[in-house]
Design a protein around this ligand. Sequence first.
Ligand code: MSP
Length: 507
Amino acid sequence: MNSKCFITTPIYYVNDVPHIGHSYTTIAADAIARYNRLIGNTVFFLTGTDEHGAKVAQSAKREGKTPQQFCDDVVQEFVDTWKLLNISNDFFVRTTSSEHIESVQKFLTVLYDKGFIYKGKYSGLYCQGCERFYTTDDLVDKKCPYHLSEPQLITEENYFFKLSSFQNDLIHIIETNQFQICPNERKNEILGKLKKGVEDISISRGSVEWGINFPFDKTHTVYVWVDALINYISAIGYGRNNDMFSTWWPAQVHLMAKDILWFHAVIWPAMLLAAGLELPQRLFVHGFFTVDKQKMSKSLGNAIAPSELNKKYGADTIRYFLFAEFPFGTDGDFSIERFELRYTANLANDLGNLINRVLNMVNKYFAGIIPEPANSVSCELSLLTKDFPSKIDVAFKALNLQLVLNYIWELITAANRYVQDNAPWNLAKNNDPKLNYVLYNLMESIRLISLYLYPFMPETSLKINSQLGFDKNFSLPWSQSVIWGQLKPGTKIGNLYPIFPKLEEKK
Ligand code: MSP
């Protein structure tokens, strides 16, 4: 039976420019979305932008723009970047859209009517960069761990959300995995913090103009984090389109990095519980892509623009590198040397050479026509791929994206070895009929490599399929396409060209 998959990325601050760090989450979500579509699930893949708050208003002023103009311009950069990276999101939510604003106001009215919102006074240490309060325990050397600056002591009269009422419920649902937080160390981190106690949080700002009006007090705007979290339900019609909302909610997975875990693992589920809504099934928390061990951002001046990398190496190389380089849950440092090394070793050599060699031999020895294998005996390559559908499915479900790539590279390595071991050039010289069988098996392996690579490298897969003269739109049902032997002997292969030219040739 097919299932539905509602997958989200965080909505990105327009105060920053799209960089490789944002791309990391977005490409991961895209690979998971593409895989789910491929296996026949119905998918709603959501991303978008977080556009309110004092920081945005300040940035707009600096650039001599209205906040809305400023947002529109930066949002375009995000939209263009995602297009460039072949992101297949089904919707792009903006927190300045009238639909989002309507949902936020309806949601807060529900919380207010249920008695979870009250007016009160709060003093705390506020980091402008994160737009959030920190406790002294959260700080490192009295500084915000992400912005490396000292937060300010602020006292405000605001509206509060009764977060503390949910402490025990949250501990219970997290401990029992009714609400899953992965990897496990993140779950433990949150449970540890929750057990120390939680305070009610202020959810309105009297001093911030660029925000959504608080529904029952127009002198306040909604705290930007509360506004932002509601994107996950406003995008699917909360309070506006019940059919759409009940089709998609709850989300199967919210993806994010560890910096915003508290909001997603504590504040967001508490808000949902207060409103009487189901919780997302799973939060998956990945590591940071750092440059010199620091998180990337415009303010730190170390952001790497995907458009620059794309110009030089192509979108698929970026998509591949980000997940091949280190496990999805851990941190990893970015470097152009590593990037080029992987391009040359894994893409140009392992994968590119395999395709070139094999298809050129089909051209040379069979005039570009896929040969009849003559016998249907399984070979080591067909045996290797037999349990790929289940292995790859398990790895995707665990969001172990690096493992999926490792399986695919096992097949690429095995196919390259098979070329060496069987030396088709000698078979051809000796008119050995085994040549048909060997080349067919290699072609079929390339077909499967292309299939499994598709979620990560969609453009490359389409190119490979074109060269194979096969299913250019990946339209075969999954259950059929994973079975060995789909390539039809007698088919003419497509035009050949190197898919991953050597870097010197590219330059
Ligand atoms: N606007 C909030 C999120 C609101 S969601 C309801 C926000 N935005 S952000 O643009 O600062 O960053 C959001 C996310 O971008 C991070 O959690 C992470 O998923 C991704 N990343 C940003 N920089 C990153 C790296 N350097 N490395 C990996 N992921 C990064 O927080």
